[in-house]
Design a protein around this ligand. Structure first.
Ligand code: URA
Length: 243
């Protein structure tokens, strides 16, 4: 690979603006092949040189992709005045400044959130045009086994002020007091699952997102934990939105 300036390499990685990354270099936080480098115009080969920031290795990638198991009580935002924000859970990656959460989960919803700095992919996953499936497991009030679930797959459901797109509702467990359902929607409208279940007379007690398109939540992640998406997962996500 062609050599490039150290400050450009760091900025391309999303560590900050050119000005910000020069500061990191001046603060002697960056090393190349084991030696601290304090010259921003130092040239490196991203393929063969080992670059570290604060002792952590940096690999040259245009974009970064993570899955987070969002915990209850966190807002889907970079920061918030009143509540903890999901991006604080990735605070050991402070150098990836361009990361953002794709789509939105309510403060009391748990589960899969994709976090990336790939604007085009993020935009497409969230956009209804691409009809990416979002799958949720919901604990709901009462026993919904009397519902004719087939019709939702054809017609969707008319809410007070909105006609939903077709969706799939599967009943997983039933009880008199509460039941468990799986609901798969292809849109990201505000409170869509809660509004559907409310309309059907079975309000949501607990909600967790378990899949976005081809990517399922890694159940080994406890709430609050995240990991990088595998190459396979990134590839399948991109393919699902024609990228
Ligand atoms: N639908 C909801 O009602 N809430 C969410 O967080 C996601 C989908």
């Amino acid at each position: 690979m062609k050599k490039l300036r150290l400050d450009k390499f760091l900025a391309d990685l999303g560590l900050g603006t050119r000005k910000e990354v020069r500061k990191l270099i001046k603060q002697k936080r960056v090393s190349v092949n084991g030696e601290i480098v304090n010259n921003p115009s130092f040239h490196i080969d991203p393929e063969s040189d080992a670059v570290f920031l604060d002792g952590k290795p940096l690999t040259y990638r245009k974009n970064h992709y993570f899955m987070l198991n969002k915990p209850h009580g966190y807002v889907t935002a970079k920061e918030d005045r009143n509540y903890p924000a999901v991006m604080e859970l990735l605070s050991d990656l402070p150098y990836l400044k361009k990361l953002f959460p794709v789509g939105r989960l309510d403060i009391d919803t748990e589960g899969l959130l994709i976090i990336t700095d790939d604007g085009q992919l993020g935009h497409r996953i969230a956009h209804p045009k691409w009809e990416i499936e979002k799958e949720y497991i919901a604990v709901v009030k009462g026993d919904p086994s009397g519902l004719n679930t087939d019709r939702f797959e054809k017609e969707g459901l008319k809410l007070k002020d909105y006609q939903t797109k077709p969706f799939k509702l599967e009943i997983l467990e039933t009880g008199k007091e509460e039941s468990k359902v799986k609901i798969t929607v292809k849109e990201g409208k505000y409170h869509i699952v809660k509004r559907i279940m409310e309309e059907l007379g079975h309000p949501v007690i607990h909600l967790k997102r378990t899949r976005i398109g081809p990517v399922a939540l890694d159940e080994s992640l406890s709430p609050g934990e995240y990991r990088e998406l595998t190459e396979e997962e990134v590839k399948s996500l991109k393919e699902s939105v024609n990228l």
